[in-house]
Design a protein around this ligand. Sequence first.
Ligand SMILES: [Mg+2]
Length: 381
Amino acid sequence: MHDLSLHLVSIEAFCIRVPVKMPIKVAFGTFRDRPMVLLRVVDDHGAEGWGEVWANWPASGAEHRARLSIDLGERMVGKHFDSPEQLFRQLSQELEVLVLQTLEVGPIAQVLAGIDIACWDLVARRANKPLHRMISQRDAQQVPVYVTGINPDQPEVFAAARQAEGFRSFKLKTGFGHDLDVRNLQAMREALGPSVELTCDSNQNLDLPAAKAFVKAIAPLKLAWFEEPLRVDAPASEWEELSKFSSTPLAGGENFHNEQFDQALDGSVLHVIQPDITKWGGVSGNAQVARRAVAAGKRYCPHYFGGGVSLLASLHVLAAVGGEGVLEFDAHPNLGREAVVGELLPVRDGSVPVPTGPGLGAVPDLSQLAGHQTWTGRVKA
Ligand SMILES: [Mg+2]
């Protein structure tokens, strides 16, 4: 048995904003830089671990989450916890009233997720084991990946270039208008060929009639999934109607938390479950959701659009649970990813190797990010 116990003596937060050359569009907004919040936790023996807090939206919200990490971190340093999971459960419970008081369900859940990832990295590093071997006996050598964040402007050109680099699965951003979306998917299918996995994501942007018209139009293109066609809070009856009507499997999960996962896992509407490890649950919560998804015959495909720590954490959970899942992989240049992952994840024939080093398998190179830090803070025992 591995020693999972924790006695943290410090938590540091680093807020980073990396400029982008090409803005990245989604249905509800545009990335004009790439924000990232990294956490470093240290225990009483000097072992360290790294986590990442979801910080993409609202665009100004990353610094707030970094500050909140230090604020909430005060509740954790200097105390004993039996395991990262126990810390996660206990802190989630302790913060319930603060969530009600502030309505900050997202930022608080995201900070807890980042701390959970850091704690798992720490205990895995201390045990000199890759993170996925701390949560599973499965001996995974590689995981399949897909290209995400593909803009609606001539996506077939961008996707074909990625195909030449070794990618075999592609997700288009949709929700920009029926005709443009259908045209783009047709062009991608034509450019990439019938054997690649093609999917799309409308980021909650359609109503039921528009979604039904869209799934009818794209049915011949044989997409592997259609992600967040409707708002997450649309009536269950609308989701059920669309699911029955659509020959394309439906996907979602990046905007779920807590019992919403129970409903999705127990129901038949979603065939693809996509929690974001930095947005809710960290490794503790996501490993559980992932195992249940695979056991229910669904695909666990972790949502990811952040820096390198969250990419590695998502990869390890997917490697641990297996199934038919595929890892979301951002093919845009992003120093926030590159300064962590470096050359660790070369894509070959649609897959990347599972890192074999301790913990996540890499640590952030802060020297590469130094010029882009917008806020740092630290809390000590
Ligand atoms: Mg999405």
